[in-house]
Write a protein that binds this ligand. Structure first.
Ligand SMILES: *[C@@H]1O[C@H](CO)[C@@H](O)[C@H](O)[C@H]1NC(C)=O
Length: 384
């Protein structure tokens, strides 16, 4: 122990002597004097490093699935990626349990084991034509929902509306994967999608709730409180961000305020596939129904928004408004993979509130795996 301290102190002294002209060890008071140049030189004799290629999945700083971290919003940062993962730790729009601000970090932590070949989709998205980065989290000001929503809109727009990259004649937005956050974040993200694609996207909304509740229901008293996690799709449809008639909710089962909620939802342009439909239709039948609603895959422009509460709370307990009677994880992954031929331009997983998770991190693993499925399809469909 003593020896170690001695040599590191000596090293500091040696460095000082190199970087300053004085080389005066005495200015360090108790420092032992290092006698001659040969001894100093020895201190810099590094071993030859045999680089290890295997890094275990539990090691390392958490980015999504160990993707490289890129400071995407910094001036001069290269925009040359095909898929960008971002976090939006916004949770000030919830009506029940809080805590989804810790969703992005929990999902990243839950994604540590993901790194390889997706047997069902037939691709390894991490060894493909696609370059993927994790941009970290959008700055989030948690004291003003109005400003925080603007931050999400501005920062996602910045990513999507990038200048043309090498080999492109016009600007092509990267695919965007957003880690929520509560469901309010969907509205600013869809505003950016609208700006990037110049037309409304077909939203496939996996959720136990319709999320088209009118603001009046919540007895709103201010401009800010018009927006919460129960109504992003109400506003989005009204703002013309959602393709009317070819968008849908999948997995619906929560209780409603009254039957007007369904009428409002249909008038806003959505179709509903209920969680219970799985009994009659089966998973293949649900996929078929989704295809019918979407129309031809070659003309599609699909955005997937996955509220983790679409899954049964026995398998995804860590969420703000759990509803029993949901899809199982294997059903959900199967249904998702039914979208492999479509043009998936963006996705999010929202409402992961890790404080309610089990010690086994079930919900975080699930959220990460759902993203992995979609990421694999994004890469597969764009294969050259
Ligand atoms: C969607 O289309 C239907 C039928 O054309 C129309 O009645 C409805 O107003 C539209 N909804 C929105 C939000 O544009």
């Amino acid at each position: 122990m003593r020896k170690t301290i001695f040599s590191s102190l000596a090293l500091v002294g040696a460095l000082a002597s190199v970087s300053t002209a004085h080389g005066d060890y005495e200015e360090y008071g108790q420092m032992p004097i290092v006698s001659g140049p040969s001894e100093i030189t020895n201190l810099f004799e590094r071993p030859i490093l045999e680089k290890d290629t295997y890094v275990p999945s539990f090691a390392g700083i958490s980015t999504f699935a160990h993707l490289p971290y890129r400071q995407c919003w910094e001036e001069g940062s290269a925009d040359d990626y095909d898929i960008a993962v971002i976090g939006a730790p916004y949770d000030i729009g919830v009506t029940f349990r809080t805590g989804a601000r810790f969703g992005p970090s929990a999902i990243r932590e839950g994604s540590k084991r993901i790194k390889g070949y997706n047997m069902e989709v037939g691709i390894n998205p991490f060894r493909s034509w696609a370059s993927m980065v994790d941009c970290g989290d959008v700055p989030f000001e948690p004291f003003s929902s109005e400003h925080a929503m603007k931050q999400i809109e501005d920062y996602t727009k910045y990513l999507l509306l990038r200048p043309p990259q090498i080999g492109e004649s016009e600007s092509k937005p990267p695919r965007l994967i957003t880690l929520g956050g509560d469901h309010t974040i969907l509205l600013p993200v869809l505003r950016s999608m609208r700006a990037a694609y110049n037309k409304p996207v077909q939203v496939i909304h996996f959720d136990s709730h319709v999320d088209t509740w009118a603001p009046e229901i919540y007895n709103v008293k201010s401009q800010q409180s018009k927006y919460n996690h129960g109504n992003p799709l109400y506003h989005a449809a009204k703002e013309g961000l959602v393709a009317n008639g070819t968008s849908m909710h999948v997995g619906i089962r929560s209780s409603l305020y009254d039957e007007d909620d369904v009428a409002r939802d249909i008038a806003l342009g959505f179709n509903i596939i209920k969680a219970n439909d799985i009994f009659k239709l089966g998973v293949d039948g649900i996929v078929e129904r989704m295809h019918e609603i979407l129309g031809p895959a070659e003309d599609s422009l699909v955005y997937l928004s996955i509220d983790i509460d679409v899954i049964d709370p026995s398998m995804a307990p860590a969420t703000g408004t759990p509803e029993t009677g949901g899809f199982l994880t294997r059903e959900m992954r199967y249904i998702l993979r039914g979208l492999k031929d479509y043009n998936l331009v963006g996705m999010d997983v929202v409402e992961v509130a890790p404080a309610y998770d089990t010690q086994a991190q079930l919900t975080s693993f699930l959220a990460a795996d759902l993203i992995y499925e979609v990421m694999s399809m994004m890469v597969k469909s764009g294969e050259q």
